[in-house]
Structure formats: C-alpha cells, structure tokens
Design a binder for this molecule. Structure first.
Ligand SMILES: *[C@@H]1O[C@H](CO)[C@@H](O)[C@H](O)[C@H]1NC(C)=O
Ligand SMILES: *[C@@H]1O[C@H](CO)[C@@H](O)[C@H](O)[C@H]1NC(C)=O
Ligand SMILES: *[C@@H]1O[C@H](CO)[C@@H](O)[C@H](O)[C@H]1NC(C)=O
Ligand SMILES: *[C@@H]1O[C@H](CO)[C@@H](O)[C@H](O)[C@H]1NC(C)=O
Ligand SMILES: *[C@@H]1O[C@H](CO)[C@@H](O)[C@H](O)[C@H]1NC(C)=O
Ligand SMILES: *[C@@H]1O[C@H](CO)[C@@H](O)[C@H](O)[C@H]1NC(C)=O
Ligand SMILES: *[C@@H]1O[C@H](CO)[C@@H](O)[C@H](O)[C@H]1NC(C)=O
Ligand SMILES: *[C@@H]1O[C@H](CO)[C@@H](O)[C@H](O)[C@H]1NC(C)=O
Ligand SMILES: *[C@@H]1O[C@H](CO)[C@@H](O)[C@H](O)[C@H]1NC(C)=O
Ligand SMILES: *[C@@H]1O[C@H](CO)[C@@H](O)[C@H](O)[C@H]1NC(C)=O
Ligand SMILES: *[C@@H]1O[C@H](CO)[C@@H](O)[C@H](O)[C@H]1NC(C)=O
Length: 793
C-alpha cells in the first residue's frame, strides 16, 4: 500500500515543479501540488488568481488563494491557517473524487468542510473562486461560500456564513472578530472573548432584522445587504470603481474593521499614482475604539492596553507608560505592568513609591470595582493611591472610578469624558517621564509624547525629559548629608544645636499641646524641606532606655494616615521629636473655620482617621492606644490627607497622669466614660473619641456648642441620637446640600457614631470594624439604645 502511494508520489512529484502557470483549465482527478520551495500553484484561466501553497516562517505552508499579478500576491482565502503543513505536504484531487491536504506521512491535515465527495474536476476561476465540481457540472463546494476574511466582487454570502478575521497581520489563524448574517436577518459584527468561544459581543449591526438574507459584493464594487429576493436593504460600502481598471477586495481585517480596497490593474508609474492597495469607502465601523465594549473579554485591544484612532483613522492598541506589550510582535495581545505591583501591606513607605500621570479622554470601561464621589482630581488620585488594588482611577465629573488589573475595553477618544490617572512605581523606568517635582510640565511632555507621531520629536522630547529628570535628581542629591542613625532605635538623631538652627531658635510656633510646643523648622539649609519639631515638656524619672524604646516604637509605625516621626534628639534634659511637616494644619481649624469644607473631603478624612487608628490598634508591631483623639490632633498634609499626630506619646510621657492632665473638656467631650469611672483603659477609648470626631465631621460643628438656641442641640451627639431615632437625620445636615443629597451615607455614618459612643466599651466595635462600616464593606447594624442617652432624657 505504502509503495503504491510512493509510486504515485514519484509520478506526481515532477508535476508541481512544472505546474506553475501550467494549469489554466480544469484540474482532473489525480492532480496535486506539493509544499516545497517551488511556488507551485494552480492558476485561473486569466492568470489573475492562484490556488496553492504559501510558505510561512520556518518551512510551514498553508493553502491559499491570492492575486497572482499583484506584487505582494495578496491572499484572499486560506485553508489550514491554524494547522500549518510541513514541507513536503501535498494537496491532491484523489482519484476517488476527494480533495485532501496530507502531510508527508499521509496524515490528513485539512479537507473541505462540509465534507465533499464525488468530485469530477476542480477549477480556479477568474473571479477568485476555487470550485469543486461534481457530475453534471454541479458545484459541490466553492471557496466563495467558505470565505475566510476576504470577499471579492461577484461573491455572495447567504445568512449563516461567517467571515472571520485572522489572528494578526501575518498569522492566518482565526482571530477575535467575525461577522455574519444571523438567522434573524441582521448582519452583525462580533468580538469574541477568544477565537474559540462563541459567546460574544456585537459591535456593529445592520438593523435589518427579519429581512436581511444575503451580503452581495457586486461587480461595480458595492457591498450591500439584500433581501432574499435581491432587494437592496443596506449599503455597506458605497463607492463604485471601474472593474476593468481595478482589482478589488473587501476584508474584515485582524483589527476588527471591515475595509474595501482597490488596486490598479496596470502599473502606471508615469501618472504618479500610488501603486498598491488603497482603501475606498468608509470603514465599518467608523471608530472601532468606541464601538467595541465587551462584558467578558478585553475589548477592541488586548488587556491593559488602550485603543486610539491613529492618523490614518486606523485603530491602534497601545500600552500606557509603565506597561509593555505582552507579545512585542502583536500589539493587539495586550500589555503587562512593568513594575512590581502595589504591595497590600498598608505600609506608607510602599505607598510613597507610587505616583500618577494623567491621560485625558481615556477610560477602561467595565474594569471598575468601586466608585465614589470625589470633588477633585487630587482626591481621586488619593483614593487610588491609598488602595493597593487600584491600578488606574478615572476621574469624571466628581466621581472617581477605581480600576484594577486586568484593565479591559481601554480607549482614548475625544468623546471620552473621563481623565485616567495611571498609577506607576516611581523608582521604575517610567520615573524618567515624571520628575518628582514639577508635575505639570512633565505631564505636558507625556501628553506630547503620546500624541506626537514623529520619531524625531519623540527622541527630542525624551532627551529634554531626561535632562529635566537629571536636574531634579541633582537637586535631590544636594539635600543629602551624612545622616546619623541611632543603632538601637533605627531612627535619625539630631543634636539640640541642629534643631535650634533648623527652627531658627524656635521662632515659629505651630501649636502647643499637652506634651509640649511644636515649632516649624527646615532641615539642611534647604528651603522646602519643612519639618515640625516638638519640644517635649521635660520630665524626670524616665530612663534614656525607656525613652528610646518608646521613640523607636513610634518610629516603626508606618502608615499613610499617621504623621511620620523622622527623628529625635535626646541630649541631656532636651528631648525633641522631629516630624514631617503638615502644611494644611489641624483638622480643628479646617473643620470649624470660616468656610465649611466639602462633604466628600470630610468623608475622606473620616476614613483616613479610621484607617490610621485601626493600624495603631491592630497592625503595627506594638499596639498603641492614642488616648487623645480630637480634631486638634488630626493634621492635614498638602493634599488634605488626614494624619493622626501625637500617638504613642501617652505611653511615653503621661502613662500615670493622663487622667488628670487631659481632664474633662466640656460635656461629654471626647473622653470615654472609662476615664471618669476608674475602669480599665483599652483601645475602645479611642473608638469612643472617634465617634465624637465622626459626628463633628458629619455636621461640621463642635460636639459641644453651649450657645446654640435650642437646648436639645447643644450636645451634638445627643441631637444626632434624637434625629436618628426620630428618623430625621436630614435635619443634621440641612444646610449642607452635598451631604443632604447623600443622605443614606449620612445615616450610615450617624449609626456608626452611635455604635462608637456606646457606654459599655465592650459594645463598641473595633476600629477595623468601624473602618469597614464607613467604607461600606459591611452593613451597619441598628445601634442599640445607649444608657447614657436614656439618662440624659
Ligand atoms: C471545464 O470543464 C467543463 C465541463 O466539462 C467545461 O464546460 C469547461 O469549459 C472546462 N473549462 C476549461 C477552462 O477547460
Ligand atoms: C516564490 O515566491 C516568492 C515571493 O512570492 C519569491 O521570492 C521566490 O523567489 C519564489 N520562488 C520560486 C522558486 O519561484
Ligand atoms: C498564530 O496565533 C496562534 C494563536 O496565538 C498561535 O497558536 C499560532 O502558533 C500562531 N501561528 C504562527 C504561525 O505564528
Ligand atoms: C443600529 O441600531 C443601533 C441602535 O439603535 C444604532 O446605534 C446603530 O448605529 C445602528 N446601526 C446602523 C448601521 O445604522
Ligand atoms: C451594484 O449594486 C449597486 C447598488 O445596487 C447598483 O447601483 C449597481 O448598478 C450594481 N452594479 C452592478 C454591476 O450590478
Ligand atoms: C423583497 O423583499 C423585501 C423584504 O422582504 C420586501 O420588502 C419587498 O417588497 C420584496 N420585493 C419584491 C419585488 O418582492
Ligand atoms: C496612466 O495614467 C494616466 C493619467 O492618469 C492615464 O492617462 C494613462 O492612460 C494611464 N496609463 C495606463 C496604462 O493605465
Ligand atoms: C480610507 O479610509 C479612511 C478611514 O480609514 C477614510 O477616512 C478615507 O475616506 C478612506 N479613503 C477613501 C479614498 O475613501
Ligand atoms: C521595572 O520593573 C520591572 C518589573 O519589576 C523590571 O523588569 C524592570 O527592569 C524595571 N525597570 C527599571 C528601570 O528598574
Ligand atoms: C511593605 O512592602 C514593601 C514592598 O514589598 C516593603 O518595602 C515594606 O517594607 C513593607 N512594609 C511593611 C510594614 O511590611
Ligand atoms: C523599586 O522598588 C521595588 C520595591 O520597593 C524594588 O523591589 C525594586 O528593586 C526597585 N527598583 C529600582 C530600579 O530601584
């Protein structure tokens, strides 16, 4: 048997060698082509189309039909694009009337589908159709009814026929996009999540439901949808060209766009006309980027990339800075993050590693996991920075949409209202695009880099950016001077004289508290590196060791909602602490000042403080009870992020005296009942104080306001309690439009407050739980009636 085949092979092998341009007519049974270096093919009578093997990469071949007379031999049909044939494979019209592609060992690689038998002869026709003909000249099978991605003039597709884009420009495997006329009569373009999956999203439809039956590409070059009786229903491409002068084809390209092309039949260089394929008619859809939205799947481009219409109105898939192509040879395959992702350990040093750059008119639809009100772009940025899952935030008209990886349905288009804030790790390569300092100028440069298409301009910009980056770098390095680190505490130490100089002899007082005065200072003769220097009230009876132990405990705390201790001085009777400088002062000034801060800012602050406290209580190596939570001890940094100050000091200095020193401030103040009742002090005292702080944040007034006319409103928590039980929390925020329109949250926050200020400390939730209540991670149960309120009624 094998020798018989071998015999046939030996006879047939010479055929294809001389077969080129040989077969202009009908192919008889027994004809075959072999995949090898010779470009063997079967030609149409006019010599314009060829059927045969095309070679790809390393000796793999696939069956194709192409324009024979065009320089690049443009392919219009392919057979085994996803099952390539090795060298020596053979396509044969067998003597028993079948067409089979077999590998050199005789294994079948491809055959027409649906299965065809009883072939009498085959022919490559002049219009580009390869047909298998049975007895009585019946067409059994033709490539025109089994298209791949291209259709040609005179081709007619009936409903159910699928046209599938290829995988990439040079990879003829099935790609993600296809179109077909459904049984419902609608011509629809689909984006599939992956080529093998049929669950897909429609990105263009003809709206010819119940009447569409066939897609016709007529001789004059129009592609249109027609009813069964041939009536035109919808033109898909409208231009007509003289068939005698131009080759034509229409193709669903790998990028998902259906385009029609023409090519002059004669090379006519004297006319100056562009030789090659040029498109006519508008592409379908006109803007792919804004058309494709997938529920499952990546959208028009791959995951983590975004789609833009290029100069030539072709969609392009690009990676945001800090991301790189997964497969450098295929931009539609998506991007991966180039930097180590945000570590979720809540560490503030980790958070400081990240920054953002802006991409206007950009969005990744469907990738958001959370959205919240954000009054400003900065607050949106902050929200994303604080959240280790957040990779990108979209700021759009007061709302901040947080997106996590992988990002899908990315697009940059003038019609997109949102601005994307892309989070990136500063120390990675992308940092050269964004100097630490002047964000605005570098952002403009990023914009230009993205928009500009000229390589030269890009290189120039890169150079400029690099120089700017260098100049920031060199400024930074001037700051550094030998730093003294204490071995035991791991903290930077300062001499008293240094701090005296830093604060210009303790000139500018920032505030004073139970523990001492605070002065503004500047380190290392640099005029921007402000610090706050706290001069602790001297005390006796505490050893050096104890002091340093407490200081290092404070220094080890590392959370973005805690004011960071930078170093200290412990010299004789001088004990000073050096903190980061908080440029926006205390929450007390901010909250009770002349103008009422925005509701959403207040929400942010509440969450900031809750997170900071939760960290102090539970997460840091040494559990710390603050003991003195109040608006005066909450500080705001340059971007109005709230940070808790003075933590750890109660333990450090006041351990035995707190009760007397802090004293009672007004009715019910911020102090938990335990303080007055000589009961054990636990972290729940902070929960109580936080409850008071929270209601102050909600209402933007002090808890105790003796001059209020209505007696029931003098103590805010009591009033809030009454309002809650009367179902009238709206009264609490009556004059505050933003808060009133967010009344559900107001109610939730009031309920949270009522939980915090439970008389019995055991009833109060932990700060972790409170944080979850504020962030809506858990439902807030109905708070129990507190005995302290009953007694006050
Ligand atoms: C191919 O065969 C058919 C049927 O025998 C015949 O009508 C046709 O003219 C042939 N074509 C060529 C180009 O020989
Ligand atoms: C086959 O075709 C390619 C381009 O289509 C050409 O470069 C090559 O020389 C051809 N080989 C032969 C043997 O004709
Ligand atoms: C074409 O792409 C498919 C899907 O990724 C891949 O499996 C196949 O190996 C590719 N073919 C070639 C020739 O690169
Ligand atoms: C089909 O209808 C949809 C929804 O009404 C519309 O958005 C779309 O533009 C229509 N398509 C065409 C080709 O007219
Ligand atoms: C192609 O179709 C268009 C639209 O129906 C028609 O105007 C044109 O005459 C047709 N051309 C041919 C050659 O049938
Ligand atoms: C052809 O079919 C369409 C839609 O089904 C119908 O509206 C039209 O009247 C038909 N025309 C003729 C000539 O039958
Ligand atoms: C070349 O182009 C010129 C100007 O468009 C035209 O007059 C001439 O007929 C063309 N020649 C051929 C061979 O097509
Ligand atoms: C070619 O396609 C572009 C869009 O991709 C379109 O704007 C342009 O009009 C087309 N060219 C012609 C000649 O129609
Ligand atoms: C950025 O981070 C990625 C992944 O961690 C790494 O592969 C790349 O080399 C880094 N680039 C630089 C400049 O450090
Ligand atoms: C958090 O993770 C970062 C990066 O892995 C690391 O540098 C930092 O030390 C960690 N912080 C804590 C408190 O674990
Ligand atoms: C950037 O920081 C990460 C985490 O802190 C670290 O693993 C990485 O080595 C750093 N890369 C550079 C280039 O400094």
């Amino acid at each position: 048997m094998a020798s018989v085949i071998l015999g046939i092979l030996l006879i047939l092998v010479p055929l294809p060698l001389s077969a080129k341009a040989q077969t202009h007519g009908n192919l008889t049974l027994g004809s075959s082509l072999t995949a090898n270096d010779q470009n063997s093919s079967w030609l149409s009578p006019s010599g314009e189309f060829s059927f045969g093997f095309r070679r790809m990469g390393t000796g793999a071949h696939f069956l194709a039909i192409w324009f024979e007379k065009i320089e690049d031999k443009t392919i219009v049909w392919s057979g085994n694009g996803d099952n390539l044939a090795p060298e020596g494979s053979k396509i044969q019209l067998t003597t028993d009337g079948r067409l089979v592609l077999a590998d050199p060992n005789g294994g079948e690689l491809w055959s027409p589908s649906p299965t065809v038998a009883g072939i009498a002869y085959a022919a490559m026709l002049d219009m580009g159709n390869f047909v298998l003909v049975g007895q009585n000249n019946v067409n059994l099978w033709e490539t025109f009814s089994q298209p791949t991605d291209t259709i040609l003039p005179t081709q007619r597709l009936v409903h159910g026929t699928k046209v599938n884009a290829r995988y990439s420009k040079m990879n003829y495997s099935a790609g993600r996009f296809n179109f077909k006329i459904g049984d419902n009569g609608n011509l629809a373009f689909y984006a599939t999540p992956d080529p093998l999956n049929d669950g897909s999203d429609i990105y263009w439809r003809s709206n010819t439901t119940s009447s569409g039956f066939q897609l016709i590409f007529n001789q004059s070059g129009q592609v249109y949808l027609a009813a069964k009786n041939g009536t035109l229903l919808k033109l898909i491409t409208s231009d007509t060209v003289p068939t005698s002068e131009f080759y034509q084809r229409a193709i669903l390209e790998y990028d998902g766009v259906f385009r029609q092309y023409i090519h002059p039949k004669m090379a006519n260089s004297s006319s100056g006309r562009l030789i090659g394929w040029s498109n006519i008619s508008d592409p379908v859809p006109q803007n792919l980027c804004t058309s494709v939205v997938q529920n499952i799947g990546s959208g028009a481009c791959g995951l983590n990339s975004y789609c833009t219409l290029g100069n030539n109105l072709r969609p392009r898939c690009q990676c945001p800075l800090g991301y790189t192509l997964l497969d450098s040879t295929n931009e539609m395959n998506g991007c991966i993050q180039e930097f180590a992702p945000h570590n979720c350990n809540g560490s503030r040093r980790e958070t400081d590693q990240f920054d953002f750059y802006k991409m206007p008119n950009t969005d990744w639809r469907q990738s958001d996991y959370e959205h919240s009100a954000a009054p400003t772009e900065d607050s949106c940025r902050e929200a994303c920075l604080a959240d280790c899952f957040c990779a990108v935030a979209i700021f759009n008209g007061g709302t901040c949409w947080k997106k996590k990886l992988p990002l899908s349905n990315g697009r940059m288009d003038p019609s997109e209202p949102g601005t994307a804030l892309i989070k990136f790790r500063i120390n990675n390569s992308t940092s050269k695009f964004t100097g630490n300092g002047n964000k605005n100028s570098t952002l403009i440069i990023i914009g230009s880099v993205l928009l500009s298409s000229s390589v030269f301009v890009n290189l120039l910009l890169l150079l400029i950016t690099y120089l700017i980056y260098r100049s920031f770098r060199s400024r930074d390095s001037k700051l550094s001077r030998p730093i003294q680190i204490n071995q035991a505490t791991g903290m930077e130490t300062f001499t008293y004289q240094e701090l005296q100089e830093a604060t210009d002899e303790f000139k500018e007082e920032l505030g004073r508290g139970a523990f001492g005065k605070v002065y503004k200072g500047v380190l290392r003769s640099e005029d921007t590196n402000f610090v706050a220097v706290k001069v602790l009230a001297t005390r006796t009876g505490e050893s050096e060791k104890e002091f340093e132990r407490e200081v290092s405990a404070i220094g080890r705390t590392d959370h973005k909602n805690l004011v960071q201790l930078l170093g200290y001085c412990n010299e004789g009777q001088h004990r000073l602490l050096v903190y980061e400088f908080m440029s926006n002062g205390t929450l007390a000034d901010f909250l009770f000042g002349a103008s009422r801060p925005n509701w959403y800012r207040r929400i942010e602050i509440a969450c900031n403080v809750a997170r900071g406290l939760s960290y102090l209580h539970d997460d840091c190596t040494r559990h710390i009870i603050h003991c003195d939570i109040k608006p005066q001890n909450i500080l705001l940094d340059g971007s109005l992020t709230a940070k808790i100050s003075d933590f750890g000091l109660a333990k450090l200095l006041m351990v035995n005296q707190t009760r007397t020193i802090t004293g009672v401030r007004g009715t019910r103040g911020y102090l938990a009942p335990e303080w007055f009742k000589n009961m054990p002090i636990s972290s729940k005292v902070d929960v109580y104080s936080f409850g008071i702080l929270l209601v102050e944040l909600i209402c933007c007034r002090k808890n105790y306001k003796p001059k209020v006319e209505i007696e029931a409103q003098i103590v805010l928590v009591d009033w809030a309690y009454d309002c809650y039980h009367d179902g009238s929390v709206l009264k609490l925020v009556e004059s505050d439009e933003e808060a009133s329109s967010d009344i559900k949250r107001v109610r939730r926050f009031v309920m949270t407050t009522l939980w915090c200020i439970q008389e019995d400390s055991v009833m109060r939730p932990t700060m972790k739980k409170i944080t979850q209540m504020l962030e809506r991670a858990v439902e807030v149960p109905v708070p129990p009636v507190s005995s302290s309120f009953i007694s006050s009624i």
